[in-house]
Ligand binder design. Structure first.
Ligand code: SF4
Length: 524
């Protein structure tokens, strides 16, 4: 049969170890078992090595929500490295706008790491960053990574076994987006492949220092991962020194094709490892004995509300993700249109629409659209532009806008967390998170309600000390520099954007939601 890649088979097979763990009381036993199967901790680190462990931490969620690496797995890994005579640090960032310090505490990861003998838990959001060349690059010739990570002799990754709305499942490659500097992260969520190329570049920049990927699948998250899915119980720990093989075997267990994650394909093509099960020795449990099919993240492609209509043509995932989230609040008395894509198809007359949201750089540039686009959207009473690529970045930054002040989005991480909860169809989404997100959209929760709920969840002291990580929205032209092996000045390419100067018919009232993107180039 034709192989995925035309290349000679590997000289040596990769190894993936699988162990069962009934619950987190058995985490250490299962972690020890997979490490032993792979040849022992001595193959990973030796006395005097500086080890950096990266868990999987997106928001400040409690361990029982199965969103982050369980503290028992963190503790077991730190313990093993310490027994080997290595010094250990742990580092991670969070998803947008969530305070990493709050997350380290609420997830139990910080306490677990320190209790097991880690020297330090490093908040990569405030760490020093270094520029690292990517060998055999795809998306980035250089990436900015935390200094504490690159100073390590040995890097260990502890992903969670969970689905992901961008990449099918997060696992061993996508998770490395957590090490990329904030200014580089927003840009690479246009679609799954875009994300896969870029995160594979991060793994290549880590090089042979990445010695182990160990997946916490004692409890997992299925459905609307990475944040709003459902807890499930595969009862497994899966580990490998080959991150690609680890992804492939884990995907197979989850009921997906081993090559289904785009990043797995890209990484295999670039020689990072193998996803060909014929080239992998599975040690410990057999795949067929531990199969645990996960519910997938099923995108919700249309708004929940019948007075919000979508008009799409040639749109990517990173733009149509915003459909469940825009406008940030829905007034039942109003009529809204969402327009996205490089050739938006608008068959309806928009003159009766109160607000038209143009999502993404493509929809905001009439010069990129079919003839007549400007006149069609111009009939609306008001136009709101979200001129970034992908468009959801401007939606995520909504809380920074003047009109959001005093609104529920002032609470850290709510907007993106709510977006995640609404991304997927209801039956694969955590019902509580989805209901809370809808309540905020419909103004059924006051800011006081939100604060009270957050206080109950985090506790007053933690909430008081929380400082959301405010990510800069990098102008797109500045992103271009990371494609070059050396830093140099680049001249921007002008794009013609929709201009507005009033609210009379044909010259709509255009509300710019972002002045930091390419859209700041004035066009006559
Ligand atoms: S702005 Fe255009 S290119 Fe960018 S994600 Fe949206 S549709 Fe795709």
């Amino acid at each position: 049969m034709r192989k995925f890649l035309e290349r000679p088979p590997l000289a040596e097979k990769s190894k993936v170890a699988i162990a069962r763990g009934e619950d987190y009381g058995e985490a250490e036993k299962a972690v020890r078992r997979v490490v032993e199967l792979l040849g022992g901790i001595g193959k990973i680190c030796k006395p005097g090595d500086k080890v950096m462990i990266k868990p999987n931490m997106i928001y400040a969620s409690k361990p029982e929500e199965a969103e982050t690496t369980h503290p028992a797995v963190v503790k077991a890994m730190v313990t093993l490295c310490r027994e080997a005579g290595a010094s250990v640090k742990l580092g991670e960032q969070t998803g947008w706008h969530c305070d990493p310090e709050l997350s380290f505490t609420v997830t139990g990861i910080k306490d677990a790491a320190l209790a097991a003998g880690a020297d330090e838990v490093v908040n990569w959001d405030t760490d020093e960053y270094v520029t690292v060349a990517v060998p055999n690059p795809r998306s980035f010739a250089r990436v900015m990574l935390p200094k504490s990570l690159m100073d390590a002799d040995v890097i260990i990754h502890l992903p969670k076994m969970k689905t992901n709305a961008v990449q099918v499942a997060t696992l061993g490659i996508k998770g490395w987006i957590g090490a990329l500097h904030n200014s580089m992260r927003t840009f690479i969520h246009k679609n799954a492949l875009d994300n896969g190329w870029a995160t594979t570049d991060v793994v290549k920049a880590l090089g042979p220092k990445l010695k182990l990927t160990l997946i916490d699948g004692i409890e997992g998250m299925e459905g609307s991962g990475p944040h709003a899915g459902l807890v499930c119980h595969p009862k497994l720990i899966i580990a490998s020194q080959d991150v690609v093989a680890c992804n492939a075997v884990t995907c197979k267990i989850m009921g997906f094709h081993p090559l289904e994650i785009p990043a797995t394909q890209v990484a295999m093509k670039d020689g990072v490892g193998t996803a060909d099960l014929d080239e992998i020795d599975v040690l410990g449990e057999r795949i067929e004995d531990v199969l645990y099919p996960f519910k997938r993240a099923v995108n919700q492609y249309v708004s929940h509300y019948s007075n919000v209509r979508e008009f799409v043509g040639g749109a990517c995932q990173g733009c149509f993700w915003t459909f469940p989230s825009l406008p940030p609040h829905v007034d039942p008395e109003k009529k809204y249109a969402l327009v996205a894509g490089a050739r938006a198809l608008i068959g309806d007359d928009l003159s009766s629409y109160d607000e038209v949201h143009l999502i993404g750089i493509c929809a905001c540039a009439p010069s990129h659209q079919l003839p007549g686009f400007k006149e069609r959207v111009g009939r609306a009473k008001k136009i709101v532009t979200h001129p970034y690529c992908p468009g959801y970045n401007t939606a995520v930054h909504h809380h920074e806008k003047a009109e959001a002040k005093g609104d529920v989005f002032e609470v850290p991480d709510l907007l993106l967390g709510d977006m995640c909860a609404l991304w997927a169809v209801p039956d694969v989404t955590n019902e509580d998170k989805m209901e809370a997100a809808l309540a905020r959209k419909e103004n059924r929760q006051s800011l006081e309600d939100v604060r009270r709920t957050a206080e109950q969840y985090y506790g007053p002291a933690l909430l008081e000390s929380s400082k959301p990580a405010l990510w800069p929205m990098t102008p797109l032209r500045e992103m271009a520099k990371w494609q070059d092996p050396v830093d140099r000045e680049l001249s921007p390419t002008p794009i013609r954007f929709l201009q507005g100067n009033g609210s009379s018919a044909g010259t709509p009232n255009v509300v710019r939601t972002d002045e930091r993107g390419e859209g700041s180039i004035p066009v006559k």
